[in-house]
Design a protein around this ligand. Structure first.
Ligand SMILES: Cc1cc2nc3c(=O)[nH]c(=O)nc-3n(C[C@H](O)[C@H](O)[C@H](O)COP(=O)(O)OP(=O)(O)OC[C@H]3O[C@@H](n4cnc5c(N)ncnc54)[C@H](O)[C@@H]3O)c2cc1C
Length: 396
């Protein structure tokens, strides 16, 4: 039994409504506890929906502020901004994604012995870790605290390369995201904030799993952080494009499936298509659960776009993009695909596209120049700018 993750916007909005009353005190007090599959009442499990923007960060943060005020929902809002911070961090340093891919491939080529197969097969003998592997494979999701323990045990107890753990998670997570996943793994390893690593402790696991697990004596609890160069300095955020004056063809993809709030009223959509390349997450592809989730989200985005602009909306292959673009002869407009596999494949298609960025990303991403704590200081300002309909949004 697992949480019923919302597969489309209607289900995501329903989950948002159901969880909103718990975004304040319940979230702040309960978010670190993982009572196990099907029992989690104090986290939203909205991440697969937010990741595809079946609901947007603005909608989720807006619901939290409206229900609890910016102080009452402070913890929940901060976590939503962690996502925006990681996205911005990678967007300002796209070379980190390429460096991760190169290190992952080198680590896979160099690995010897059975330890990797045992870890991925959930056969390490560490009961909590093996249970999380099974849950990741079956549910396509893990609680945040479990992800932290999982990554820490992978790196420091099993002594496996962090890149291969990040790759394993990415292949199985419904919410798999280039920025949140890569940079969270780096953070656990101690190479995102150099020298500061996250060490999973048996007592912490026992406490926050409410005694479901107690790996006393099984974990390396005094490891040194992984050594690696610090993150590169940030570059400038590449400029986004403007909407053409005349008609255009709209191309949707898994990074942003709410075109209704991206495009202004009166936008002259003249053709619609969608692409998805979930298998491009890794040279080893992705789980069938992940592929199904991405296809369902894309189908929902296309169906809503078709209804909104009154025309058919087709799911096409990336290889068909040049013919589709040439066929209608219109400028192609697409939501900004952040650094990751979709952006890589779209860039490789050879089709010129106008890439639109949301106000949310435009405001948040350039601020991801240093650590999260300086970024966090700007949350009240960001809320005031991004949620202007919430009178108390910018109150400290
Ligand atoms: C090793 C590791 C790998 C991770 N990989 C991913 C990933 O690929 N995709 C992903 O979306 N998240 C990732 N996370 C972050 C986090 O674990 C998930 O976003 C969160 O568990 C989702 O559950 P929820 O929707 O119930 O979150 P809630 O606690 O209800 O939070 C609401 C929303 O805020 C965002 N959020 C919350 N915590 C974080 C966080 N720490 N970092 C970034 N965003 C956050 C998510 O969009 C989430 O849906 C990873 C964390 C770790 C430690």
């Amino acid at each position: 039994m697992t949480e019923p993750f919302p597969a489309d916007r209607a289900a995501a909005l329903q989950r948002l409504r159901d969880f909103t009353p718990r975004m304040g005190r319940h979230y702040a007090e309960g978010r670190n506890t993982d009572p196990g599959p099907g029992q989690r009442r104090d986290v939203s499990w909205l991440s697969p929906a937010i990741r595809h923007r079946l609901v947007t960060e603005a909608e989720v943060a807006g619901a939290a502020v409206a229900a609890h005020g910016p102080r009452g929902a402070e913890k929940f809002i901060q976590e939503v901004f962690w996502r925006s911070y990681w996205k911005g961090f990678l967007e300002l340093r796209p070379g980190m994604w390429r460096a991760y891919q190169a290190a992952r491939d080198a680590d896979r080529a160099a690995i010897r012995g059975n330890a990797l197969a045992r870890a991925e097969g959930g056969a390490t003998g560490i009961a909590c870790f093996d249970a999380w592997v099974a849950e990741l494979r079956e549910a396509g999701w893990l609680h945040n605290h479990a992800r932290m323990w999982f990554a820490s045990i992978w790196i420091f107890t099993l002594r496996l390369p962090w890149t291969l753990g990040a790759d394993f998670m990415l292949r199985h997570l419904r919410d798999g995201d280039a920025a949140s996943n890569t940079l969270s793994w780096r953070w656990v390893a101690g190479i995102q904030t150099p020298g500061k690593h996250y060490v999973a402790r048996a007592s912490n696991i026992a406490r926050y799993t409410e005694g479901r697990f107690d790996p006393a004596g099984e974990l390396e609890e005094d490891p040194a952080p992984v050594e690696a160069p610090p993150p590169p300095r940030p570059g400038a955020l590449p400029g986004a494009d403007r909407l053409p004056e005349g008609p255009f063809a709209l191309l949707l993809h898994e990074d942003d499936l709410h075109p209704e709030s991206l495009l202004p009223a009166g936008a002259r959509v003249a053709a619609i298509a969608g692409v998805a390349v979930p298998e491009a997450r890794s040279p080893l592809g992705c789980s069938s659960l992940v592929a199904q989730g991405v296809e369902a989200a894309l189908a929902d985005g296309l169906a809503r776009a078709a209804a909104r602009w009154g025309m058919p909306a087709a799911r096409i292959a990336v290889t068909d993009l040049p013919a589709w673009a040439a066929g209608h002869g219109l400028p192609v407009v697409t939501p900004w695909a952040p650094v990751g596999w979709t952006a890589d494949r779209l860039a490789g298609s050879g089709v010129a596209m106008r890439r639109l960025r949301r106000d949310w990303d435009e405001a948040c991403w350039p601020r991801a120049t240093k650590g999260f704590f300086p970024f966090r200081e700007s949350i009240p300002t960001l809320l005031g700018r991004l949620l202007p309909d919430q009178p108390s949004a910018s109150a400290r």
